[in-house]
Design a protein around this ligand. Structure first.
Ligand SMILES: [Fe+2]
Ligand SMILES: [Fe+2]
Length: 341
């Protein structure tokens, strides 16, 4: 799925084909929702179809989606910072060009997702305001620093890798604009994962110092990447309703397990060690046993006390302030056009 050297994972192979089939089903379905909107919503969800912006939907569905899509959009654009940090210091022109393209991709992901959220009747300026006011969150992972060049590899391999495992099932989520945005995002994320893997492979097969740098980066990024899947199922507040509405398809713990199983194999090819002495193959379960991340740390970071939370938000606030003249100029231009046409 994500390249020749990365084997297909159970449960994710052929997903895009399934999305295409679901879209065909939807196109063939009678769209008369006027008779009983609630029954229509329930029927579409039950039939694995897509809810579209024009359809009636429960208020909690709409609000929950806004929360989730906004958090996702914020993560994409805040996630530009730790890697943007290395654009000017990439070790070659080729590496610089690749990283620049990757960081630009993340801006594009933010754009698709803010646009998807807007179809639910909220303005992106309002979402931005909520982010800057600390009322909406972004992924905790982006509050960790990128200390060496190898971190750019580890972020691509582990963070984008975890994002893919989380996001491929969202290509099938019940809200049409979100599902369609995710298809393109996942295709681009797979490039990101591969470029990170390739950076680490180059370092891991280089000098002993380079290999040590790669290992150090993996040591620091492993547990925060596991924490990206959120709290354990027993403590996850939004999961049950999200699964009933077919926004979420797998539980946090199932996705985390999928990621561990996939990554252990890839670490073997890299010749790097995942920093978990508890990792062992469980024949009975058919999965790797692993040590859970420190969820207290996760909650500390979510609450705003991670290593880089303040820096990330200050940077975002400065970008908003510095961009004021662009927004004002665009509005003035739009007004002028309105008058002259
Ligand atoms: Fe992304
Ligand atoms: Fe990415």
């Amino acid at each position: 799925m994500y390249g020749n050297d990365i084997p297909e994972q159970p449960g994710t192979a052929g997903l895009l084909d399934e999305v295409a089939a679901a879209e065909r089903d939807l196109a063939g379905r009678d769209h008369d929702a006027s008779a009983d909107p609630t029954a229509y919503f329930d029927a579409v969800i039950a039939a694995d179809g897509k809810i579209e912006p024009r359809d009636e939907m429960p208020e909690a569905y709409r609000k929950g989606l806004i929360r989730q899509i906004a958090q996702h959009a914020h993560s994409e654009i805040i996630g530009m910072q730790p890697e943007g940090n290395w654009i000017s210091r990439a070790p070659s022109l080729k590496r610089k060009a690749i990283l620049l393209a990757k960081v630009q991709d993340e801006a594009g992901h933010g754009l698709y997702l803010y646009a998807a959220a807007e179809t639910l009747g909220i303005d992106r300026a309002e979402l931005y305001r909520l982010l800057l006011a600390g009322k909406q969150k972004y992924s905790s992972i982006f509050n960790y620093p990128t200390l060496t060049w190898a971190d750019v590899g580890a972020v691509g391999w582990l963070v984008d890798g975890a994002a893919i495992v989380n996001q491929v099932p969202l290509c099938r989520c019940s809200y049409g604009p979100y599902a369609r945005a995710m298809i393109r995002i996942c295709k681009e994320e797979s490039f990101h994962q591969r470029q990170g893997y390739e950076i680490l492979y180059t370092l891991a097969t280089g000098t002993p110092e380079q290999k040590a740098m790669a290992q150090d980066a993996v040591d620091r990024w492993w547990y925060p990447s596991l924490a990206m899947f959120g709290p354990p199922d027993t403590d996850s507040t939004h999961s049950a309703q999200s699964m009933a509405w077919k926004i979420k398809r797998f539980s946090n713990d199932d996705l985390r397990q999928k990621f561990v199983d996939m990554t252990v194999q890839q670490a073997g090819v890299l010749g790097l060690v995942l920093p978990d002495p508890g990792l062992s193959w469980n024949e009975e379960r058919g999965h790797w046993d692993y040590t859970q991340p420190d969820y207290d740390e996760l909650f500390t970071v979510i609450k705003g006390d991670g290593p880089c939370n303040r820096e990330r938000m200050a940077h975002r606030q400065a970008a908003w302030d510095d961009g004021a003249w662009v927004r004002e100029a665009a509005m003035a231009y739009a007004e002028k056009k309105k008058v002259t046409t």
